[in-house]
Design a protein around this ligand. Structure first.
Ligand code: HEC
Length: 234
């Protein structure tokens, strides 16, 4: 018994074969172009200032101020002065503790940097501060390390707002000299991992899926039509 579907496929056989080949070809071409359109090593300038945002809030201002005043020592993700972070610097600036740099004998009017600069963003950081107010009081009198107390209070508050946001704390309240003491840091919630690279990758995978699906549909169609055709001729 021949079903109407079978008859349809047999009648449209040349067209279906052509369509399947076309689909497969599109898939190949798309996959190929995607493969080569992608920069194999996306270079993000980690020393660059944070991107500007429309109508920036306190924490956004803080992000810029952190970049300007704190990031050189505390890292682009607040990770501290790790070897990995120092490696982002131009070669001549990577060896902070050499004499003539920030070592025991610093350059004229320079300063000696402690061997470790702590992380300020992420799990188990800022553990000695119970409230954002305490953090503010400390940062305001002790940081930036080489010029303690150099910034205006509202800039320190903006930087604290940024640190709170990055540590998923404070629920985005605007900090003032008063409200800063209302925010408790303990217990710190589990820090969200920096999603920069992860999101780039997942985006790419989505696009790659298109030629994959096209190719699969094309191949299935091709195999199906050939199979039916053979069944008919035998
Ligand atoms: C020149 C390097 C340098 C710069 C710039 C700098 N810091 Fe620091 N920071 C340090 C060092 C070194 C320590 C450790 C000091 C100590 O233990 O006495 C530290 C400690 C801290 C701590 C205490 C962390 C903890 O858990 O004990 C915080 C918070 C902090 N810095 C925030 C800032 C902020 C905010 C800025 C920018 C306004 C800044 N720092 C700029 C070097 C720096």
């Amino acid at each position: 018994m021949t079903s109407p579907a079978f008859i349809f496929v047999m009648q449209k056989r040349p067209f279906l074969l052509l369509l399947s080949l076309l689909l497969s070809f599109c898939a190949l071409a798309l996959g190929w172009s995607l493969l080569f359109a992608q920069d194999p090593t996306p270079t993000i300038d980690r020393l660059a200032p944070p991107p500007t945002v429309p109508s920036p809030g306190q924490a956004d201002d803080g992000a810029y101020l952190f970049w300007l005043n704190c990031q050189p020592c505390h890292g682009d993700h607040g990770q501290g002065l790790t070897d990995e972070w120092r490696a982002q610097y131009p070669m001549e600036d990577q060896f902070c503790w050499n004499s003539g740099c920030h070592g025991k004998r610093p350059y004229e009017e320079g300063f000696t940097l402690p061997e470790t600069v702590p992380a300020v963003i992420g799990e188990n950081t800022l553990s000695r501060f119970v409230t954002a107010g305490q953090l503010y009081a400390y940062v305001r009198t002790a940081m930036p390390y080489e010029y303690p107390g150099a910034l205006p209070d509202e800039e320190y508050l903006a930087i604290i707002a940024f640190l709170l946001r990055e540590n998923s704390l404070g629920a985005g309240i605007t900090l003032t000299e008063e409200t800063v003491y209302d925010v408790t840091l303990r217990p710190l919630p589990t820090a969200t991992p920096t999603a920069v690279s992860a999101s780039i990758n997942s985006g790419d995978t989505d696009i790659i899926a298109i030629p994959l699906i096209l190719g699969m549909v094309g191949s299935l169609l091709f195999v199906g039509v050939i199979w039916l055709w053979r069944r008919q001729t035998h």
